[in-house]
Design a protein around this ligand. Structure first.
Ligand SMILES: Cc1cc2nc3c(=O)[nH]c(=O)nc-3n(C[C@H](O)[C@H](O)[C@H](O)COP(=O)(O)OP(=O)(O)OC[C@H]3O[C@@H](n4cnc5c(N)ncnc54)[C@H](O)[C@@H]3O)c2cc1C
Length: 447
């Protein structure tokens, strides 16, 4: 039995970082929103969860931060240890927010789902979308799917539901069923280059936020909820097969390359299993078409080493919600969605370039020089951390005038003697692809 035909302005498929935020913003704008997710919240997912300062600023603006900040340690200071060069400093403030937080996804996603409901969106948990419906011209008109588990009832059609809307938004993650159903094209596609392994520890004495970078290795360690520390490691994909034969040994060996981190971790207790993440694609998808749009990882996914995915999802939720409100308000939906793609790409490309550069897991000689040159200057350190946090534009930071000023004449002369292109030597050594679609590979400089 069909549960019923429904009529909404917008249906959102997926209710985590991107979907719940988009549903919340659209409902707040007065639209009739149905949001569905096959998960039931609170629900964990395969992801670490440092939310960078710009993402936290958005949570603050949306009124969702208080609930998270009440139980999650703030991380206003981060220590970046690149071996011979170590930086420690404060994040620059964005809209009055000057700390990163690392809330567990069980907390963050549930808070957003609650905020979407409170805004008036109808949220159906445990509902798996199986297909999209179309009109005779091929325009997407809705979803068809099934309630899973509890409350589903009996019989072959039990829990089935068809719902219609003027727009279906796929916020259903990097393997988006929505994107596949509409045949969304992809661009700026790059092969996966890293894998991640992470777990949670109690009784480990480490600062609230630290990142160790070694050749072929990045290890973020951040305090999270319940007194635990999340410690992840990112290593080259080429090492994954060997690593997965014994993740614990590989993980501890990696931490042993980071000063006394391995020792500190062995003094603590692992609170949860190791999680392995070898599936980290890098690509943009065309995020709109007749009757559909994509947001979050469904639309742009990048290597998690830079910890930008959640903040990207929040940013794009705002951009998409504004475009949808404009478009459904008589401004022309297709045109508004084309504007969303332009704005999204302009904002995401510099972050993508930085992420790809960091995903090379290489620290060049030029980068070490830069870190040493700014380490004693709190304002410069903060500015650099703002770039890593996505609060300042990576491509702006790499402008020759900026970099030369920071390095000082002596360092520049040394780089030139080494034959190094000075501006390519910083942050990760890449250059930002342009909005017009030039996503040529970064050119990291190994030291
Ligand atoms: C190892 C790893 C570490 C990471 N660390 C960080 C980090 O520290 N900081 C950071 O900012 N980002 C990090 N990321 C990236 C981050 O996880 C993603 O960018 C973010 O989760 C994207 O949110 P989303 O809402 O777009 O998609 P998702 O979080 O993937 O949510 C998609 C939702 O859609 C639902 N769904 C899918 N298909 C259907 C269907 N057919 N019907 C109904 N529901 C459906 C799923 O159940 C899911 O709840 C990491 C990622 C990985 C893999």
């Amino acid at each position: 039995m069909e549960v019923g035909q429904m009529d909404h302005d917008v249906i959102v498929v997926g209710t985590r970082a991107a979907g719940a935020a988009t549903a919340m913003l659209l409902a707040r704008a007065g639209l009739r929103v149905l949001a569905v997710d096959r998960a039931r919240f609170p629900s964990d997912t395969l992801s670490t969860h440092q939310v960078q300062v710009p993402g936290i600023a958005r949570l603050g603006r949306w009124g969702v931060l208080d609930r998270i900040a009440a139980v999650t340690p703030a991380v206003p200071v981060v220590r970046l240890d690149a071996g011979s060069a170590v930086l420690e400093g404060r994040y620059p403030a964005v809209d009055g927010v000057d700390a990163l937080y690392g809330p567990r996804r069980t907390l963050l996603d549930a808070a957003l789902v609650d905020a979407a409901r409170a805004a008036g969106a109808e949220v159906r948990e445990g509902f798996a979308v199986e297909e999209l419906t179309r009109d005779p011209e091929g325009r997407i008109t809705g979803i068809r799917g099934r309630l899973r588990g509890e409350g589903r009832g009996r019989g072959p059609d039990s829990g089935r539901m068809t719902a219609t809307a003027r727009l279906v938004i796929g916020a259903d993650g990097k393997r988006s069923m929505t994107a596949q159903a509409v045949g969304a094209g992809s661009y700026h596609v790059r092969q996966p280059v890293t894998f991640a392994c992470y777990s949670y520890w109690s009784g480990v004495d480490v600062p609230p936020g630290s990142i160790h970078v070694r050749s072929g290795l990045t290890v973020p360690a951040f305090h999270t909820n319940d007194g635990l520390v999340m410690i992840a490691m990112f290593a080259p994909m080429a090492e994954f097969d060997r690593f997965r034969a014994d993740p614990e040994a590989g993980y501890l060996a990696a931490l042993d390359r980071c000063g006394d981190l391995g020792e500190r971790v062995r003094a603590g207790v692992r609170a949860e299993p190791f999680r392995l993440a070898p599936d980290v694609p890098n690509l943009f998808r065309t995020p709109h078409g007749p009757g559909w749009a994509l947001v979050g990882d469904a639309g742009v996914v990048m290597d998690p080493v830079a910890g930008q995915g959640i903040s990207n999802a929040f940013r794009d939720a705002e951009l998409l919600a504004a475009a949808v409100v404009r478009g459904l308000d008589g401004g022309g939906l297709d045109e508004a969605l084309a504007g969303y793609q332009r704005e999204r790409d302009a904002a995401a490309l510099p972050v993508f370039a930085m992420t790809r550069a960091l995903a090379t897991l290489r620290v060049s000689g030029g980068q070490r020089l830069l870190l040493s040159a700014i380490a004693d200057d709190p304002a410069e350190t903060s500015r650099f951390l703002g770039v890593l946090a996505g609060a300042a534009r990576y491509d702006e930071y790499l402008r020759p005038g900026n970099v030369l000023g920071r390095l000082g004449g002596g360092v520049v002369r040394r780089l030139r003697r080494l034959g190094r292109p000075v501006t390519a030597a910083c942050v990760g050594g890449g250059r930002a692809p342009t909005v017009a679609g030039d996503a040529t590979d970064a050119t990291p400089v190994s030291g």
